[in-house]
Design a protein around this ligand. Structure first.
Ligand SMILES: [Zn+2]
Length: 427
């Protein structure tokens, strides 16, 4: 974009510094806790009123019937769209408006939006109300400074990212809101740091594995068949053959932290035998041979892997254990899966954001991939749009922690980057 125009745009961002801080505070002060999904309508209406006043068209969309949607906690989403002077491409900023529980250990009011030493504090400050605020400021500055632009700018505030996105981006994508003929570039301002471009994320497969035996009296275990011992054999087989195999499988995805550059498997939970009693129960357990034992596995998948093969690998492991253990029964119940996704390095949104970062910050960005998933999965798989990244202010490690904060200078810098990206893509 030409230098004169850029100077005006940068000045427009700088002039909005107080507005940016106040907006971030206002968003933090609406406690959009998920679960259960509080105040979704309030936060969408707040942003809708603001953006309508700046000339954006507003759509309020409830994900009626989505998981967790109810009249008590409706899953509201907002899409705001500003049309340029001529038709052209659409750049879309997508932020989730929900936040996770507060937890313990805070030294500030989690919903106070306190400003201290250049930081705004609160639950959701970095993940990701600061990112939404930066995108709003960038978009407002751009449409005011460059009203003759070509194309459209969209901002969405969507529900339930923290619980899978099914009442938010997945819902909207299924209804065409992210179709490539409507939206051409998507930036998700998750807190990946202002100088990093997140190209995508690893995939995931969750499953519950149950081993099956036969109940009997604990004093005569030979009359029963212990499901916990069968599970012990399953885990021993994982230790011996699977974990070393997964650790040796390295990806070309630039995942951070580096430990996540191989395939991983976590055993999220294990349970066998008698259910745990309520706290305060003073009796002893009863002697039984457990006839069921369950684990929940959390397998993270690299872009080089095929999810069908990942599942077959676990099935083969179970069959190996079965072959060695007479009477062994098992069941695998699939819970959840997401394919890995990664925008190509030469995708237009990637190269444009990279150029804008280099210009604004004076250094080239790092390209990273997230170990866990976020809403890009739905935009890619359901919306069929590959030209999507995460880019936004904030430090990822602070997400979900006590005393979460976002830096004001970081928000301003990433708003500059976002505004410049609009200037470059919507000429
Ligand atoms: Zn987030």
């Amino acid at each position: 974009m030409d230098e004169d125009r850029w100077q005006r745009l940068e000045a427009a961002i700088a002039a909005r510094r107080d507005d940016l801080v106040a907006l971030t505070q206002a968003l933090i002060r609406i406690p959009t806790l998920n679960p259960p999904g509080r105040n979704y309508r309030e936060i969408c209406e707040f942003l809708a009123a603001r953006l309508a006043a700046k000339g954006f068209g507003i759509e309020m969309i409830r994900a009626t019937g989505a998981p967790a949607d109810s009249d008590a906690h409706p899953r509201w989403n907002l899409i705001a769209r500003h049309e340029g002077a001529e038709p052209g491409e659409c750049v879309h900023f997508n932020g989730h408006h929900d936040v996770v529980e507060v937890g313990h250990g805070w030294s500030v009011d989690p919903f106070g939006g306190e400003v201290r030493e250049g930081r705004v504090y609160g639950r959701g400050a970095c993940d990701m109300k600061g990112g939404i605020a930066a995108a709003v400021i960038a978009a407002e500055a751009f449409v005011e400074t460059c009203p003759d632009y070509r194309g459209a700018v969209e901002i969405s505030a969507t529900a339930d990212e923290e619980s899978g996105g099914y009442g938010g981006v997945a819902w909207l994508a299924e209804r065409g809101w992210f179709d490539p003929d409507r939206v051409q570039h998507v930036i998700i301002p998750e807190p990946l740091n202002k100088d990093r471009i997140c190209l995508g994320h690893r995939g995931v497969w969750w499953a519950e594995i149950e081993t099956q035996g036969r109940i009997a009296h604990g004093s005569m275990p030979f009359l029963g068949d212990c499901a916990v011992r069968h599970m012990g054999a399953v885990i021993a087989e994982m230790e011996e053959t699977l974990f070393p195999l997964l650790a040796g499988r390295q990806t070309a995805m630039p995942v951070v932290p580096e430990g996540a550059r191989s395939s991983t498997l976590n055993i999220n939970a294990i349970h066998g035998g008698e259910p745990e009693q309520e706290p305060g129960y003073t009796g002893l357990p009863a002697p039984c041979v457990p006839d069921r034992c369950r684990i929940v596995i959390d397998r993270r998948v690299l872009i080089e892997e095929d999810i069908a093969e990942v599942k077959a690998e676990i099935a083969a492991l179970m069959e190996r254990v079965k072959a060695r253990r007479p009477g062994f029964g098992y069941e695998i119940r699939e819970l959840f899966e997401v394919a890995p996704t990664m925008a190509p390095r030469d995708a237009p949104v990637v190269t444009t954001v990279a150029q804008a970062i280099t210009h604004v910050l004076g250094r080239a960005p790092d390209f990273v991939v997230s170990p866990g998933t976020y809403d890009q999965k739905h935009i890619d798989r359901i919306g069929r749009l590959k030209n999507c990244i995460a880019y936004g202010p904030g430090i990822l490690d602070l997400a979900h922690q006590p005393d979460e904060w976002v830096g004001i200078e970081d928000m301003l810098d990433s708003a500059r980057v976002m505004a410049r990206v609009l200037g470059m893509l919507l000429r």
